[in-house]
Design a protein around this ligand. Sequence first.
Ligand SMILES: Nc1ncnc2c1ncn2[C@@H]1O[C@H](COP(=O)(O)OP(=O)(O)OP(=O)(O)O)[C@@H](O)[C@H]1O
Ligand SMILES: [Mg+2]
Length: 260
Amino acid sequence: MPRILTIANQKGGVGKTTTAVNLAASLAASERRTLLVDIDPQGNAGSAVGVARDEVEGQSLYEVLLDGRPVSEVVRSTELKFLDLVPASRHLVGAELELAGTERRESRLREALREVQREYEWIVIDCPPSLGLLTLNGLVAAQGVLIPIQCEYFALEGLADVLRTIDLVREGPNPRLHVDGIVLTMYAQNNLATQVTDEIRSHFKKEVFQTVIPRNVRLSESPSHGKPVLLYDVASKGCQSYLALAREVVKRAEKLGRAA
Ligand SMILES: Nc1ncnc2c1ncn2[C@@H]1O[C@H](COP(=O)(O)OP(=O)(O)OP(=O)(O)O)[C@@H](O)[C@H]1O
Ligand SMILES: [Mg+2]
């Protein structure tokens, strides 16, 4: 059984996609068979691993969620041997509305992923910046949720909404959902970032990963080359920090596995 990890925060631009892509790539680099699932209509995770949103028309997560197409028919391989992708397409924009009137609308993704669960050790899901049906599908499908928070002034704004949504999912369709951790992203060395980081750590304590992702230009450049950072600049601080985060994520998952 794979560990399914959803990267969620309804606040936009906090590093969800950067984290999903580079965490998935780091897991794959350690030869763990990993599936990256892009449930954001923006399709950023797909393009960050070299699959453009326009070239997947008719063969994307949309068809899986709406037409019951098997995941195995839309999976793409990537430049990394151990990393596959389920791409998003533009049509996913309408999926929230189209799904609204359907049965088991929040568990479509969970059911679809069952088909491929033997093939992967890790499944990493990149969510859109909203708490709509797509993110809900991500939370219902997962065992763990990872929340990226940008080290900036309004960092905590909206966090209560994510946590409340997670609680609702736990009380309803997915009681086993666990907050695997909070990851601090885009850290720049200045007083504000230090203050924000201290505040988050004192509030959330052990839930915050030790690894902090620095602001690093290589992380923002690599998507335009269609590559995770480890195929673009493995020596960069950004790459090394995501490799460290992956080690921490794996360690936490192993601990949880033992506790279960
Ligand atoms: N650690 C970092 N250092 C430098 N740039 C970063 C870093 N993390 C993310 N970025 C850049 O910041 C922008 C937002 O990041 P990203 O797309 O990962 O956020 P997101 O939460 O997925 O956004 P959205 O809510 O739109 O899906 C992107 O241009 C990305 O390249
Ligand atoms: Mg994104």
